[in-house]
Design a protein around this ligand. Structure first.
Ligand code: NAD
Length: 531
């Protein structure tokens, strides 16, 4: 038999049409939101200060309308075979890659991030589409389970969609976090009501348009607009499940509201992520990779590294190369792949990051690189910043900075590195650098973090979408990615069938004899190794 060689098609070139955000295009996208006549909010491009859009805001009637449409559409959608629902996202995979140019422009315009960091979001959506389009059917299919009594009882586990899932997403990774969390919910047969952050609403609306092109039926995915504090409670009050990404403080409020209605939620929250550079690390590789690990999207990445623990033997070499790398970074947010880091997204980000650095400086920390705003580049640019001498009384020590600020600590033993890395209420992501992968894996298991990357910052674990992703401690509840990332959007039902004999005394048998018979049966089952 001759082996057949599958011919791989080369990925199509991204479209090269002019995709600048013209007013007509902005208007076409905003019309997709279920938002009537309520007051509008103006958004501004952070890198330039130029107006992007006047966004309509959803009021109570809009929200009711969005849920009514979503519920009606969900009944029909849930009847379709999983494979048919999943196929929409196979097509979305191709479309997002092909039409990436426009969304990269929109992402950069709305967030101020560098193009390379915007591209990470395109990749994220593509790999989640591919993964769930391929695996959803087997994750969701009904499964046979061991029955109460062998041969006499059979049991099946059956998955049902929850109904209408609310996805509340933040502004820092707006394409990845709104689409990649919505798509497994949709494939599982739910409707989704998304509430993107106003600042990055066009990104979600663009994806909404693309999903329709990929064949997603009208109404099954609704996008409402509004400030979280204004409409968040109204959304949770109507949701069958809530998926939230954002700060730990808001996550707690959302968990309380969901709990009071006894609906489930999954929460992807903050982090204060450590990178451990062990004494056998390839220092050059670690110092080069730390640039992306610390400064992707100007550090406005939940998985970003804010604490570097470097063992004494490699400390000087690491710091020298890392600081040189940081000083060589090019800042800018042109709509091209020509800068290493972009702008912050909001004035409040600039304020809180400046506050962390000034607080550290005032209390005796040393600024090895960066440490100042760059209004000459744009209103919210801030230099990538490296601190040493950060101590427990400084904000940057424990609080999430959520910006391009990293503190380096010298440690003398592996145990000390682990102990300090674990000295946090968060537990989202961690990174370990060592030439000995087995050592890395040993250390990884001692870290309290939902993801640990060995010889990588965050992309290895994040991109391994077959494995669950989420936080320990204050970093969250529930998981995205993997089977858990789709099963959370389902209610599970057990259907059991009893055959031939009842689970009860046979006619004429006393309860006492039945108890003895059942005890003997249980005893025997254990001896035979039956579950
Ligand atoms: P935030 O909690 O203030 O806001 C996040 C989003 O939640 C915003 O869009 C906001 O409008 C909305 N919101 C606020 N109050 C709400 C309410 N009561 N009900 C519903 N929605 C509400 O957080 P932020 O500071 O803007 O975002 C950054 C935080 O998000 C950081 O802590 C970061 O680590 C975290 N984050 C976590 C992940 C993850 O996957 N774990 C990913 C990205 C960001």
């Amino acid at each position: 038999m001759t082996a057949s060689i599958r011919r791989l098609r080369v990925a199509p070139e991204p479209e090269t049409t002019d995709s600048a955000l013209l007013p007509e295009r902005v208007a076409a996208l905003t019309r997709r939101a279920t938002a009537g006549n309520a007051a509008s909010v103006q958004t501004v491009a952070p890198a330039t200060g130029v107006k992007i859009a006047d966004l309509p805001q959803s009021n109570t009637a809009d929200i009711e309308d969005a849920f009514a449409r979503a519920r009606a559409a969900q009944r029909e959608w849930a009847q379709r075979p999983v494979k048919e629902r999943a196929a929409v996202f196979g097509r979305l995979h191709d479309l997002v890659l092909r039409e990436q140019r426009e969304i990269l422009d929109i992402l950069q315009t709305e967030t101020g991030k560098a193009r390379a960091h915007a591209f990470e979001e395109v990749v994220d959506v593509a790999i989640n589409c591919r993964y769930y389009a391929r695996t959803a059917a087997s994750a969701l299919e009904s499964k046979s389970r061991a029955g109460a009594l062998p041969l006499l009882t059979t049991a099946r586990e059956v998955r049902h969609p929850k109904g209408v899932v609310v996805v509340i997403s933040p502004w820092n990774y707006p394409l990845a976090l709104s689409v990649s969390d919505a798509l497994p919910a949709l494939i599982a047969g739910n409707a989704v009501v998304s509430r993107p952050d106003n600042q990055t609403a066009l990104t979600t609306l663009w994806a909404h348009e693309l999903a329709e092109k990929a064949g997603l039926p009208k109404d099954i995915w609704q996008v409402v607009l509004g400030r979280g504090r204004t409409i968040g409670s109204e959304l949770i009050a109507r949701a069958d499940f809530v998926d939230y990404t954002g700060s730990t403080a808001t996550g707690r409020t959302i968990a309380e509201q969901a709990a009071s209605r006894l609906v489930g939620c999954s929460l992807e929250l903050g982090g204060k992520n450590p990178m451990l550079i062990l004494d056998d690390a390839d220092v050059d590789k670690a110092a080069d990779a730390a640039i992306r690990a610390c400064f992707s999207s100007a550090g406005q990445l939940c998985e970003s590294m804010e604490r570097l623990y470097v063992m004494d033997a490699v400390y000087d070499a690491f710091v020298e190369r890392f600081v040189a790398n940081v000083e060589g970074m090019k800042l800018g947010a042109d709509l091209a792949y020509d800068s290493d880091m972009g702008s912050l997204t909001f004035p409040r980000q600039l304020e809180s990051i400046t506050d962390h650095v000034e607080d550290a400086r005032r209390k005796g920390a040393t600024v090895l690189a960066g440490g100042r705003a760059r209004p000459d580049l744009g209103p919210y640019f801030y230099e990538p910043t490296v601190l040493t001498g950060v101590t427990a009384e400084m904000k940057a020590y424990r609080e999430e900075t959520f910006g391009p600020v990293v503190s380096i600590y010298r440690v003398y033993t592996e145990d000390e590195a682990i102990e300090q890395a674990n000295d946090t209420r968060y537990g989202l992501n961690a990174s370990i650098w060592t030439r000995n992968v087995r050592r890395g894996q040993r250390v990884a298991q001692r870290l309290r973090a939902g993801a640990v990357n060995i010889n990588e910052g965050y992309a290895a674990a994040w991109g391994s979408v077959d494995a669950p992703s989420g936080g320990f401690g204050d970093s969250g509840l529930g998981r995205r990615h993997g089977a858990e990332g789709i099963l959370k959007y389902t209610d599970v039902q057990t259907i059991a069938v009893q055959r031939l004999l009842p689970i009860a005394p046979l006619p004429g048998m006393s309860e006492e004899t039945w108890a003895k018979t059942l005890s003997t049966a249980l005893w025997t089952m254990r001896r035979l190794g039956l579950k």
